[in-house]
Design a protein around this ligand. Structure first.
Ligand SMILES: Cc1cc2nc3c(=O)[nH]c(=O)nc-3n(C[C@H](O)[C@H](O)[C@H](O)COP(=O)(O)OP(=O)(O)OC[C@H]3O[C@@H](n4cnc5c(N)ncnc54)[C@H](O)[C@@H]3O)c2cc1C
Length: 393
């Protein structure tokens, strides 16, 4: 491992790897990325549902989506690896008048940004996603340019391309502290030794708070467990088998029942689904709570009756990385010179990693990022209030 670097990154999830590649693209290659685990992308990134969408409530997030999805669409040509990219759309189902009104505002905002998004009829929703029960649904929104891609492909794609340009990636190595010279970053301490560096990036995902503590900086990111379940059709086989026709979508459309947060999309021959648990408390435990499954199924079968007799063959839990306003933190600390954060994406970070990494790399390289970072600044939590993200699943 190098003993001096221009930049040290803590965390080898999609954020750390994206910023590493974007730095290398700008000619900053004397970079060391440190990952505690034996493999990259095994934190939140390795647990996620792979969804990407333009359907956010906050202008800044819509902009992150537009840029990120454009890069993902051309990922293989630009970065060099395939990412199993599918634009089959997101369908939001809304059952309260209040949420219909909120989504009217959101859809208008998304359209102002040039996004092809619209309200669709119940018949259209059923055609887009066969097998839906729309009882009680007042409205639905659809954006055909939303979709799903492979988080591991994106992370490893950025990592391999960054390495090819000279970035050093060290796995099985923990960042354990940092040393300041006055108010400046001077060294990053790791389980493999010390690296002298003027720039330290916190890409620690749900662990970002503990990395901030090394420098006495409060990074308000809390971990929150979320489950994903995989369902096979009754008797096994694939949902594409003839006897299951019309019970679930054949496309990879991602459907979200907004009020309950139940969502699903096709994953290979199976069906991936999840739902937030409003009683979940912050914590790092990612044990699968099988006693939660019946609660999810109870809600899920009201929207997708096919799940009533499905076999749940597999499940895992991972951590959302929640900030108080559900917007990420991207940019420098005002208290410690040379300390930057790219974390706290509150459950929608995979899809924003391409643009977020580009923006932070520009800031570090001294290039105008052409992006108003005000809603994502670290000091917003202490100095002022901002409009957060309301479209959280
Ligand atoms: C169940 C679930 C479903 C999701 N679905 C979606 C989705 O559909 N779409 C979407 O966009 N997002 C989704 N997300 C959110 C998304 O996964 C995260 O926002 C994103 O992966 C965050 O990436 P990251 O790089 O910031 O964090 P991580 O992937 O967690 O990476 C942080 C890394 O830092 C390392 N680390 C921590 N501390 C140290 C240290 N001291 N030293 C060295 N290394 C350290 C960790 O080991 C980890 O690998 C989902 C998340 C979950 C849990």
């Amino acid at each position: 491992m190098k003993q001096t670097a221009d930049v040290v990154i803590a965390g080898g999830g999609c954020m750390g790897c994206s910023v590493a590649w974007h730095l290398a693209q700008r000619g900053i290659t004397n970079v060391v990325l440190i990952e505690r685990e034996a493999q990259l992308g095994t934190g939140s990134t390795g647990k996620n549902a792979g969804g990407f969408r333009h359907q956010f409530s906050n202008s800044a997030n819509i902009q992150l989506s537009i840029e990120s999805i454009t890069l993902m669409k051309h990922f293989e040509a630009i970065v060099g690896s395939p990412i199993d990219f599918h634009q089959h759309g997101y369908l939001f189902l809304l059952s309260t008048s209040a949420n219909v009104e909120t989504f009217r505002t959101n859809v208008a905002l998304q359209q102002q940004h040039g996004v092809d998004v619209r309200f669709v009829s119940h018949d259209d929703a059923r055609e887009l996603s066969p097998g839906l029960d729309l009882t009680g649904v007042k409205a639905a929104t659809y954006c055909p340019a939303d979709g799903v891609a492979d988080p591991n492909g994106v992370t490893m794609g950025f990592a391999k391309a960054a390495q090819a340009k000279g970035v050093e990636i060290i796995r099985d190595c923990e960042v354990t502290g940092a040393t300041l010279q006055g108010h400046r970053v001077a060294e990053v301490r790791t389980s493999n030794g010390v690296i002298s560096t003027p720039i330290f990036i916190n890409a620690g995902g749900p662990w970002a708070k503990s990395i901030g503590r090394f420098l006495g900086v409060d990074v308000p990111v809390e971990p929150e467990r979320r489950h994903i379940f995989i369902a096979s059709p009754p008797g096994g086989g694939s949902w594409d088998d003839a006897q299951n026709a019309g019970r679930v979508p054949t496309s990879k459309i991602l459907v979200i029942d907004f009020e309950s947060t139940f969502y699903f999309h096709r994953e290979g021959g199976g069906l991936l689904f999840g739902m937030g648990d409003p009683t979940e408390q912050p914590g790092f435990d990612i044990t699968v709570r099988w006693d939660f499954l019946p609660k999810v199924i109870e809600v899920a079968i009201q929207r997708l009756p096919a799940l009533a007799d499905a076999a749940v063959s597999h499940a895992w839990a991972g951590l959302y990385e929640m900030t108080p306003d559900h917007n990420p933190i991207i940019g420098p600390s005002n208290d410690v010179e040379g300390f930057y954060t790219i974390a706290g994406f509150s459950g929608h970070g995979f899809q924003h990693s391409p643009a977020a990494g580009r923006i932070l790399a520009d800031v570090i390289a001294g290039i105008d990022p052409k992006f108003d970072l005000t809603p994502f600044e670290l000091d917003r939590f202490t100095n002022r209030s901002t409009t957060g993200e309301g479209n959280i699943v």
